[in-house]
Design a protein around this ligand. Structure first.
Ligand code: LCS
Length: 432
């Protein structure tokens, strides 16, 4: 929908100007007060995943969300079209700006993340770059955690500097490092927690405090946890984003991204970034995500249950040097994870004794688990971060963030955990 107050000719510099005023700096209590108007307020999150924000298709009463597979929308008459363009009347115009199937996904995501509004993108990277471009102009900087998905690191370290936007990557496990890196040109704090692939956990509330004191937004990549296990907006973050390709879709059949924040931020992101840069999600992909959300709760519970069993099995295996899973009491940030996450998710990373060769042997020997990048699918996936997803990091950077040559990442699927453990066991036996 084009909203009444949206200035359609909004330009990038205008979008940038007053942003600090538009964020949600509320604590959890205030957020839930705002949401208490909602009919579904007493339902648990598993129920909310299935029933969402409620409502049926307004045009037909269809219970399943329809796929509005159209690029454009007819205007009632010329005046109505002109009024919609002026922002004086609500209505759909063109699917690069908005579409009812996209809107259905966005409203479910806003609801589950406890934000005011959401905006879907064609990929997680489109969502991340869109947020950074919305907040920074040439000459600005932002402070980011240093352990990130390799594509995010590449964007921050290699691509954004071409527009004179500097990312200052720091070890955000100690939030003091964030404070130290902030200066007058810092426009946002960006964190990924738990981090891909080391599973390090960052204290969201501590980062939100720093953001609030500096009057800049905290942006959290919540891909690994999903709103089912972690809701950063209720912990003081201003923007939460996802690679919806992963657990939100859940079936490994869609590339997508989504951003959740205040209505004002999202309206401006839509009209200033999505409309102009064009990284729009297709109606079919939006529909796959709406469908994915219906089973988010059961999938996340099963991913977690399986991950726990696999992590415990690996932890005591003689050929494994170290297991990183936030649910293990041996995880260095276990207490922070306990504080801010309702559950620990389905991602594990571990170091294999015998270096890179031993890790390769393991990955080449699994039969049930698929050797592939991506994560969050119902099928289990295994990969080698240093040479695959995180090969965008320089060698010294990999060492600094703990992505060792013998680190293997496992996205634990929803298969029977005994089959997964058998598969890992036979593969580990092949390591000499
Ligand atoms: N954020 C996180 C935490 C990710 O893991 C990824 C992709 C992205 C953002 C980017 O999302 P996309 O554009 O791919 O939808 N992570 C991948 C990974 O670990 N393997 O392949 C992709």
């Amino acid at each position: 929908m084009l909203h009444k107050n949206t200035i359609l000719t909004l330009k990038f510099n205008l979008l940038y100007v007053d942003y600090s005023q538009t964020f949600i700096y509320r604590n959890g209590a205030e957020m839930s007060k705002k949401k208490s108007k909602h009919n579904h307020k007493n339902y648990k999150i598993a129920t909310l995943c299935v029933h969402g924000s409620g409502g049926y298709d307004p045009a037909t009463g269809s219970v399943g969300k329809p796929i509005y597979q159209t690029s454009t929308f007819a205007f009632e008459n010329a005046k109505a079209g002109a009024d919609i363009f002026l922002g004086e009347r609500e209505g759909y115009v063109y699917t690069r700006i908005s579409n009812p199937t996209q809107a259905a996904f966005e409203s479910e995501m806003a609801f589950l993340e406890k934000g005011e509004a959401a905006l879907a993108f064609s990929s997680g990277m489109a969502a991340i770059s869109g947020v950074i471009f919305a907040l920074c102009k040439s000459g600005d900087n932002f402070v980011s955690s240093d352990t990130l998905y390799g594509g995010s690191h590449e964007l921050f370290a290699e691509t954004l500097p071409r527009w004179q936007i500097q990312a200052r990557e720091v070890n955000a496990v100690n939030p003091e490092n964030i404070s130290k890196a902030i200066d007058k040109k810092t426009r946002l704090i960006y964190i990924e927690t738990p981090a891909n692939p080391t599973m390090s956990v960052i204290d969201i509330e501590a980062c939100a405090d720093i953001a609030r004191k500096n009057k800049i937004p905290l942006v959290v990549d919540n891909t690994f946890s999903t709103p089912y296990f972690q809701q950063p907006l209720t912990l003081g973050a201003s923007v939460v984003l996802h690679s919806a390709t992963k657990y939100i879709g859940g079936h490994g059949d869609t590339i997508a991204g989504v951003v959740v924040s205040s209505k004002e931020f999202i309206d401006n992101l839509r009209m200033g970034i999505l409309r102009d840069l064009g990284g729009v999600i297709s109606p079919l992909n939006a529909w796959l995500l709406v469908r994915g959300l219906k089973t988010l709760a059961v999938r996340m519970e099963k991913h977690q249950e399986n991950a726990f069993q696999v992590a415990k099995y690996l932890q005591f295996h003689p050929k494994i040097a170290k297991v990183m899973y936030p649910g293990l009491t041996t995880h260095p940030q276990y207490l922070i994870a306990r504080k801010q996450m309702r559950g620990f998710g389905g991602m594990i990373s571990f170091e294999v004794k015998g270096g890179r060769k031993a890790g390769e042997k393991l990955m080449d020997s699994v039969k049930l688990i698929t050797l592939a990048v991506s994560l969050g699918d119902v099928d289990s996936l295994i990969e080698h971060p240093a040479s695959m997803t995180h090969s965008t990091y320089a060698k010294h950077e990999l060492e600094a963030v703990g992505i060792t040559e013998n680190l293997v990442r496992l996205s634990v699927g929803i298969e029977d955990p005994a089959d997964l453990i058998d598969d890992l066991s036979q593969a580990l036996n092949k390591i000499k």
